[in-house]
Design a protein around this ligand. Sequence first.
Ligand SMILES: [Zn+2]
Length: 667
Amino acid sequence: MRSLFVVVAAGLSLSSATAVAAGCTEPGYLVGAATDDITGPIVGVGMMGYADLGQSDEGLHMRLRARSLVVSDACNQATVALVIDDVSMTFYSVKQAVVDLLERQLPGVFNNSNVLLSATHSHAGPGGYAHHFLYNITTGGFRPKVFNAIVEGTVRSIVRAYKQRVAARLSVVQGQLEGMQYNRSPEAYQNNPIAERQRYATNTDRGMLLLKAETAEGAPIAAFNWFAVHGVSLPLSNKLVSGDNKGLAAYLFERRLGVTYTNFETPEFVAGFEQANAGDISPYDPDDKAVAGGDGFARNLDSAQAQMGKAWELFQSADGLFLNGPVAAVHRFEDLVNRPVSAKYAGFEGARTCNGVLGVSFAAGTKNGRPFPIFPQHAVFGKTWLPITLMPTEQACHQQKVLLLPTGFARPTPWTASTAPFQIVRIGELAVIAAPFEITTMAGRRLRHQVLQTLANSGVKFVALSGLANEYLHYVTTPEEYMVQAYEGGATLFGPQSLAHYTEIFDELAIDLGTGRQRSGGVPPRNLSAEQVILPRGVLIDLPPRHGRFGAVKSDTLAAYSRGATAKVDFWGAHPNNRLVPNQSYLTVEQWLNDQWQAKLYDWDPDTQMRWRRAGIAGSLVSIDWTIAMDTTPGLYRICHSGEAKVSLTGHHQPYQGCSKQFEVLP
Ligand SMILES: [Zn+2]
């Protein structure tokens, strides 16, 4: 019977356009949104993104957050969750654990198919949450505390968003953000056909698409936007945990609508800044010495303010198209190794993907960060590189890529994924591709174009692409860009036909989404959670200063500051990882008001920075900076720090708190 076309089987759910229209008398959406803390340990963990052994976290700029938007079809209750985490990339390890935990908390609601888990690509968060070995080399192995913080915070945000759903209207509005993107591999882009390049004004995709959710009365619920820019505003030298430009943009947007991050009882507005086809897109000109140096905080703010400003403008705009139509999702697992690719997508007969291998140009890194500068970019086999190889069959498959790390061959388990989830989520006229990779500007345009063409017949008008979603397969370029072997081509895991293969898979999913008849859901990858090597670690004991207590001030603030200045205080503290309580703050900036101290800022506010360093064998120094914003109300302030000290080897924790002296912020 076609009138109620909802398939739920083995983690697969699909509802079709025909079904909703036929069975529904009161169409509409139920929408909820929520954010929660996924920060995890802020000290002693290798950071994820730049893959550099020396970049281990030492403090906090901003808390990392999961932001969820849950949409249900009011008629048939078909539900999808769009989730954006302030992390470098999503791994299926996380997705799997999120879906399992959701099933325990809300049985029968969520599954692999209807949860889209994506990442902002911040390079400033703790790593160690992948199950594939490659990503844990620079993080000191698999880190359960990082993994659990991400999984549990993500689930809390999805569950709250689901429970807070109300009748709502959704609209899509599009615009362009100029001057905030720089193609870091222009020579590769330039190798795309001239006729294709002439269709676009620039070698970056400036489009921003915004999905707005509001109640029937017009109260804002959420704004999720898609814009392509790498989360590398903060450089390799940064050791403070931060959401980078998209995390900060979301914060700025949410604060503007009064979000406090302290109230979880009533719904708060959520702004999601999703990643798009940012594979070759830097947030700053890496060749401009004036912006490419320094600590990165100024250019991070520039990028965040620009993205927030454009999103705000679109959010206020009356030009949006109100969405109408079904909520649906299609999903399947695909083995990507040595797969045939149809001539329709490859352009010739007999095309195949290769085994997963990373090339020399991958190891060279990018202009945004070069972990192994001994390797050159643009290493092209037989052209700029000698035609000598230990893997002749594999090298022939990968063509121009000079093979370096055969991560797909590693035993007993591959170092990178060979099977990955592919997914398209539909909300009315909007379809969202969940891309488990970083896709370049032109490759992303081609993929979106194909999916839109296929779905146009079933009423889809907009296609957004969430990069770094559900799993991580490194990069994908166009075959023409691949020939040049810039960094992104060297990191196109399955060889020159990777894009054609991914496009074929997504196009089949789009066809399934349109017809409501999904072919096989594929075979999920093996769960590697039991195979993780976890090193014993943790805080042995914390010692107080010789003549003092935990929380004592070592170096105090001045008596007064002008606005724009930075107040600084150093505390004798304890190891921050003793207290990994989500949504709690290690610090407050307090103002004396109505005869009491009132907290004005917390550790998630970007005007504060907290740094930890070891003092002696088991002592801790915690330094807190507050850069006093120009709109701060003059008055009396103090800076406080709290934590927990591990005071015995058996694990007894003692809470402590300390405050600076009071100081004046001058008018
Ligand atoms: Zn990247």
